[in-house]
Ligand binder design. Structure first.
Ligand code: PMP
Length: 457
């Protein structure tokens, strides 16, 4: 039980935690983070950690960027709030939308703003439905996502997702949300199947699902370029090319969820560029503001926008938007974030450091418990397995991944266990030396885990 005089103890008594094992919480003290400093965060006992996950895949500029703090302060002192309903706007949101349209990986027409990745994806779903009503295809409403996808936790976003914990006991997914197979070659491919052949089979599976449902009922397909919370799954060769050919054949809209991959993570400004994706709708959040303020965006192409706008002319109002859509403070901080990416050539740093990061991660492939190391740019994962030769996972109740993450924490590096996939997604400002230090800490955690497992065996 917690000491009720500590922050952790008080927390447990009053705070309903996000995404936490609530039954175990009283006996497992929460980590109290009080300060940030570059790629590090500091706990209430003064211990410093390398934040190998940028928080929740978001703090791309680390935890102490002064320009962002100043931009937010200035915005708070100028116009702390205004809305964008009923033909209202503000200078920051206009400049932000202009910049986003310039950065977009494919031609986009308009930007809608929300506060989180979940809201952005919910908005995308509603726009897809609205669009099909507008063009006179009201029966075309089903949305196809992938098993192990993560698109957020609001009712529609959680329905898009393909992770059991987000559905189980919440009576989700809603009707009209379907899930096709995960593009994870390591576990999904048949013996000897090449990545390209695996991609062909997945695209055929998608087509079969569409035909079984009736193409006239299928509205959109949504995909993260790299599946993040599902375990950092990099698409196999040819995957998006083959999938997009199927979508085009049946006139199905393509939504790219760039909430993690957007803004440099995979080496290009957007993951869509890295993987040849040509979305009609693109959602982004997280690194849009380096996580400093809640803001997300939905970019839509002219095909979608023009239909939506024409229909709202008919009925009077596009009845969607949030109190904080285009919030002036959030917009100002996001705008400054995009300026920092350009001024400080953050993509240049990713280009320089990513090879060091990927090589250091791949060095773990020689370890006895590592089945696969995967990644691109500055995102990666190390998959722990019980049997390397047989691609056999550990039993989930062994919680091997969680144990490794706990040992890593002891070594002063924060990583994320997604089952037995150990995720890494450090701030994009990380240096090559810091990458080396991060992996040295992780290696010490691995050494301890291997010793523990040997002792048990
Ligand atoms: N999409 C993806 C790909 C994500 O990784 C996340 C968050 N991890 C979301 C959507 C949801 O974002 P939020 O938590 O801001 O609602």
């Amino acid at each position: 039980m917690q000491d009720s005089n500590t922050i952790g103890g008080k927390d447990v008594a009053v705070h309903l935690h996000s995404y936490t094992n609530l039954a175990a919480l009283p006996s497992t003290p929460p980590l109290v983070i009080v300060k940030g400093d570059g790629i590090h965060v500091v706990d209430d006992e003064g211990k410093r950690y390398v934040e190998g996950m940028s928080g929740l895949w978001c703090a791309s500029l680390g935890f102490s960027n002064k320009r962002l703090a100043d931009a937010g302060t200035q915005a708070l002192n100028t116009l702390p709030y205004y809305h964008t309903f009923n033909q209202r706007t503000n200078p920051a949101v206009v400049e932000l939308a202009e910049r986003l349209l310039k950065l977009a990986p494919v031609p986009m027409s308009r930007v809608f703003f929300a506060n989180s990745g979940s809201e952005a994806n919910d908005s995308a779903v509603k726009m897809v439905w609205y669009y099909h009503n507008a063009i006179g295809k009201p029966e075309k409403k089903k949305i196809i996502a992938r098993k192990r996808a993560y698109h957020g936790v609001t009712v529609a976003a959680a329905s898009l997702g393909g992770l059991d914990a987000n559905h189980r006991d919440f009576d989700l997914p809603l009707a009209r949300f379907l899930h096709v197979d995960t593009p994870h070659h390591y576990y999904g491919a048949k013996p000897g199947e090449t990545e390209d052949a695996f991609s062909t089979r997945l695209a055929e599976g998608l087509e079969q699902t569409i035909l079984a449902e009736g193409p006239e009922t299928v509205a959109a397909f949504i995909a993260e370029p790299v599946m993040g919370a599902g375990g950092v799954l990099v698409p196999p060769a040819g995957y998006f090319e083959k999938v997009q050919a199927v979508l085009a054949k049946y006139d199905i809209l393509f939504i790219a969820d760039e909430v993690i991959c957007g803004f440099g993570r995979t080496g290009n400004m957007f993951g869509s560029t890295t993987f040849g994706m040509r979305p009609d709708i693109l959602t982004c959040a997280k690194a849009l503001s380096s996580g400093y303020v809640p803001i997300s965006a939905v970019m839509v192409n002219a095909k979608v926008y023009d239909a939506i706008a024409a229909n709202s002319g008919k009925i009077g109002t596009f009845g969607h938007g949030y109190t904080y859509s285009g919030h002036p403070v959030a917009s100002a901080v996001a705008l400054e974030t995009l300026k920092v990416y350009e001024d400080e050539d953050i993509l240049g740093n990713v280009a320089k450091v990513a090879p060091v990061f990927q090589a250091a991660a791949r060095a773990f492939a020689n370890r006895p418990m590592v089945g696969e190391v995967r990644g691109v740019g500055l995102i990666g994962a190390i998959e722990l397995v019980a049997d390397k030769a047989a691609h056999k996972p550990f039993a989930p109740e062994q919680k091997v991944g969680y144990r490794l993450a706990a040992l890593a924490l002891e070594e002063g590096v924060i990583v994320r266990a997604m089952g037995d996939a150990i995720g890494l997604c450090p701030p994009l400002i990380i240096s090559a030396e810091q990458v080396t230090d991060m992996f040295a800490r992780l290696a010490r955690a691995f050494d301890k885990l291997e010793a523990e497992m040997l002792a048990k065996a």
